[in-house]
Design a protein around this ligand. Structure first.
Ligand code: DHE
Length: 529
């Protein structure tokens, strides 16, 4: 009955069932991440038809917003990502009732789980002669692939097929395995010890996901993996070697402050504690950090203890401080960074920052005056917030913004540094102008008063590329940045000297298409950022 009703109302909006299906696909690929599958809003605004109508947003007004972008939202039309007929369709789709998203059960995960290389047939020591700890796993987003590139020689080692729009890679504690998660909820394990990198296991864990990590506490290294799902809203614990599903836990629940029930209460960033056998899971819409104890999963009944800490709402991405005791996470829609103490399992602070903080994993260094600091950029502000993180040595600065650095544009997504580099580097992939999208800036970490060095990356604008995501190599002597163009255009990854900021080389080839995140084995395994 409900399905018939949605169908009838969609037709009233002028959409056939086929167009409705196409609208669902486009919405899932481009919109759901920020606005939610139920369209109730999170990083992006509420897009329920009633809200849009109340705000006076007509079909034409919606088309203009999708074409030209708004705030942190990309200009889908101008960037050539959506064609005019797709934009027309989406304006109608958004004014139609929200379709019911499908379910995905534990049985579905089991049916879609494959071990390609059993544990007994995997090498017991590295069989590759390359310096595998300096490999980079490069996401080729729209190709559904991950490329393994040798960080010493810059040679392509292997391209592996992964899920649709792979989002991030994380490493096992020893660095041997890359754990991959795609936007379509597909997880994979890549073994870097084989003669050449090999996909050893995969599982379709949910329908929409962004995060994955493994057990890293002493005695549990690599035993379990955990995937944080957007839809259905839950987390799933898997065997760390084979990805066999072990336990599925729903995160649907209540907003603590209002009592509102949330079917869509998504799992955003996840990190593995160094102080106890726990993962730190950040629950987006409800505003809680969950400490999930994985130490009793081998017991009958697989008991699991979850400590729920109330935080600000709309938690997103974040990273450790320099000591790896405190986890700092952006509550992006409410302009805060929250701090969790992994040692005591408690909430520490809610720090006001700029508009839509987006740290990636953030950047850590020791400032001559403020001591250890962590920093985040912003999507909607031209600012980088530098926060003191040393309550014992520098209590006067702890959990305060000690410095707000001005940037040349809003639209920053990632910042990064390395203990060996004097620079803090920032990208601007969601800035409003193509010039800014192609530009990188660097600040002297010890002298934040000094103007940054900013440069437009030659050739990026020619292929409509946005420079995105910064990652250092193992010894910190260079950093890599992806030129994210569209799928039809071969692109490049630029390698810079991390002291002089001079371009050293480019990684090119027909295979370099839609590179986004790229992860160095050593730095990812050891949380160096
Ligand atoms: Fe990401 C990290 C969610 C858009 C590239 N992204 C994360 C994390 C989350 C997240 C929750 C933290 C994972 C962790 O640490 O466990 N990202 C989302 C979204 O919901 C959002 C805003 C919209 C969406 O529809 O997905 C989004 N992200 C993007 C992009 O548009 C990027 C640039 C390219 C892409 O793949 O779509 C992108 N996100 C990344 C990367 C990281 C990431 C490269 C890991 C950064 C790191 O250094 O660890």
């Amino acid at each position: 009955m409900a399905v018939l009703l949605v169908g009838a109302l969609a037709l009233a909006q002028g959409l056939t069932p086929e167009q409705m299906e196409q609208g669902k696909q486009i919405y899932f690929q481009q919109c759901a991440g920020c606005h939610g599958v139920l369209r109730k809003g999170a990083t992006g605004k509420n897009l329920e038809p009633e809200t849009l109508k109340k705000e006076g947003l007509t079909e034409d007004a919606i088309k203009a917003i999708i074409t030209n972008g708004m705030g942190g939202m990309p200009a889908w039309g101008k960037l050539g990502i959506l064609k005019p007929d797709e934009i027309d369709l989406m304006a109608k789709f958004l004014l139609s009732p929200v379709p019911e998203p499908p379910a995905w059960t534990f049985e579905d995960i089991k049916k879609n789980w494959k071990v390609h290389v059993p544990v007994s047939q995997r090498p017991t020591k590295p069989e590759t002669t390359r310096n595998w700890q300096n490999f980079f796993g490069v996401i080729l987003r729209d190709m559904g692939q991950v490329a393994i590139v040798d960080g010493d020689t810059k040679e392509l080692v292997k391209i592996l097929p992964t899920g649709y729009a792979t989002h991030i890679l994380r490493s096992s504690k020893d660095g041997r395995y890359f754990y991959v998660i795609g936007r379509d909820g597909r997880a994979e394990i890549i073994d870097l010890w084989s003669k050449e990198p090999t996909l050893v296991a995969e599982a379709k864990v949910c329908l929409d996901a962004r995060s994955i990590d493994t057990s890293k506490y002493e005695g549990y290294e690599g035993k379990y993996a955990v995937v944080g799902c957007y839809w259905p809203s839950n987390f799933v614990i898997l065997d760390g070697q084979t990805l066999e599903p072990i336990k599925m836990v729903s995160t649907q629940g209540y907003v603590q402050s209002t009592g509102e029930f949330l079917r869509e209460n998504r799992v955003a960033s996840i990190v593995s504690s160094h102080f106890s056998p726990e993962w730190i899971l950040n629950i987006k819409e409800g505003g809680q950090t969950w400490l999930v104890d994985y130490s009793k999963l081998n017991l009958k009944g697989k008991p699991i203890v979850v400590k729920m800490i109330d935080t600000d709402r709309f938690l997103h991405d974040g990273g450790w401080d320099l000591s790896k005791r405190y986890f700092l996470v952006a509550a992006n829609a409410v302009k805060k960074v929250d701090v969790i103490d992994a040692k005591t399992g408690s909430f520490v602070a809610s720090i006001p920052v700029g508009n839509k903080p987006h740290p990636g994993r953030g950047a850590n260094w020791v400032h001559p005056e403020y001591g250890p600091v962590w920093a985040t950029g912003h999507i909607k502000d031209n600012k980088i917030a530098v926060i003191g993180t040393d309550p014992e040595g520098h209590p006067q600065y702890a959990w305060k913004v000690v410095k707000m650095i001005e940037t040349m544009s809003p639209g920053n997504l990632f910042i990064k540094t390395h203990p060996k580099s004097p620079w803090l580097i920032a990208d601007f992939p969601v800035a409003p102008t193509p010039e800014a999208n192609a530009t990188l800036c660097a600040w002297e970490k010890d002298n934040l008063e000094k103007d940054p060095v900013c440069w437009e990356v030659p050739g990026a604008r020619d292929i409509h590329a946005r420079m995105v995501h910064i990652e250092f190599n193992k010894d910190g002597s260079e950093f890599w940045v992806s030129a994210w163009a569209n799928k039809d255009t071969p692109s490049f990854i630029v390698v810079y000297d991390s002291y002089t900021l001079q371009e050293k080389t480019r990684i090119t080839g027909d295979w370099v298409r839609t590179p986004t995140g790229h992860f160095n084995v050593y730095n990812t395994a050891n949380d160096i950022y």
